[in-house]
Design a protein around this ligand. Structure first.
Ligand code: SAM
Length: 209
C-alpha cells in the first residue's frame, strides 16, 4: 500500500489545521522540531504544516504522505519552505531510504493502521544514535474520558477522522518499538469544544539506541 483515500477528511483537515496553528499548535511544532539537524524523515506529513518550522541545520527532509490531496499540497508547501525537502507518496509501513539522523511523527500515529509496524519501520530507517520526535494526541489518563475514547474508536471516529483513533497509548508503543523516551511531556490541548476527545497530547524525543 502506498496511498490512502480519505478525500473529505483531507480537505477538512487542511482547513482546520490553520486554526490549530493559530491557537497554539505552531508553538508545539516549533518545540517538536527544535534542534534537529542533518537528514530527517517525516511520516504522514499531511499538507506540510511542519515544513516552515524545520531548523536550517536540517540538510535534507524526506516527507512521506499517502493521501493524494494532502500530498499535492505538501509538494507546494515544500517549494515555498526554506528547506531541501522531497515529498514522497507512501505509507509509514514502508519508508524510503535509511540512515536518517531523525524521524518525525506528528499527529500521525493515531491514523496508521498498525502502530507497531509503523514504529518498527521508523526504528529501521533511523540510524543508531539518532532520534524520533513525536507530537501526538493519545489515550486519556482520566478513565471516564478514556472510556468515551474507546467507544468512539469502535464506532464513528475512524470513519469521520480519516482512520484516526483517539484511544491509543502511543508512548507505550514508541517504547515497545525499542526507542528510549528522553524528553517527554503530556498536556491537554484543545482548539474548540469539539476536539475535547483528542485533547490529551504527548510531545517529545525518543532515542534510537
Ligand atoms: C491528522 S493528519 C496529520 C498531518 C500532519 N502530520 C500534521 O502534523 O498536521 C494525519 C496524517 O496521517 C496520514 N496517514 C494516514 N495513514 C497513514 C499511513 N498509513 N502512513 C503514513 N501516513 C498516514 C494522513 O494522510 C494524514 O496526512
Amino acid at each position: 500500500m502506498t496511498s490512502t483515500h480519505h478525500p473529505v477528511f483531507a480537505r477538512v483537515y487542511a482547513r482546520l489545521a490553520k486554526a490549530d496553528l493559530a491557537r497554539g499548535g505552531a508553538e508545539h511544532r516549533v518545540e517538536l522540531l527544535e534542534g534537529l539537524a542533518g537528514r530527517v524523515i517525516e511520516v504522514g506529513c499531511g499538507h506540510g504544516p511542519n515544513f516552515a518550522f524545520y531548523p536550517s541545520a536540517v540538510s535534507e527532509l524526506v516527507a512521506v504522505e499517502p493521501e493524494p490531496y494532502l500530498w499535492a499540497k505538501a509538494m507546494k508547501a515544500a517549494e515555498r519552505a526554506p528547506l531541501n525537502a522531497t515529498v514522497v507518496e507512501g505509507t509509514a509501513d514502508r519508508l524510503p531510504g535509511a540512515g536518517y539522523d531523525a524521524g518525525v511523527a506528528s499527529l500521525v500515529l493515531c491514523s496508521v493502521p498498525d502502530q507497531d509496524e509503523a514504529l518498527a519501520e521508523l526504528f529501521r530507517v533511523i540510524k543508531p544514535g539518532g532520534e524520533l520526535r513525536y507530537y501526538e494526541h493519545v489515550r486519556a489518563t482520566d478513565e471516564r474520558l478514556a472510556r468515551i475514547q474507546r467507544t468512539l474508536d469502535r464506532t464513528i471516529w475512524p470513519f469521520v477522522g480519516g482512520g484516526c483513533h483517539c484511544s491509543r497509548d502511543t508512548a507505550a508503543a514508541i517504547e515497545r518499538a525499542g526507542f528510549v523516551l528522553d524528553r517527554h511531556q503530556s498536556f491537554m490541548f484543545t482548539t474548540c469544544p469539539l476536539d475535547r476527545m483528542v485533547a490529551p497530547h504527548i510531545l517529545g524525543r525518543a532515542l534510537r539506541p
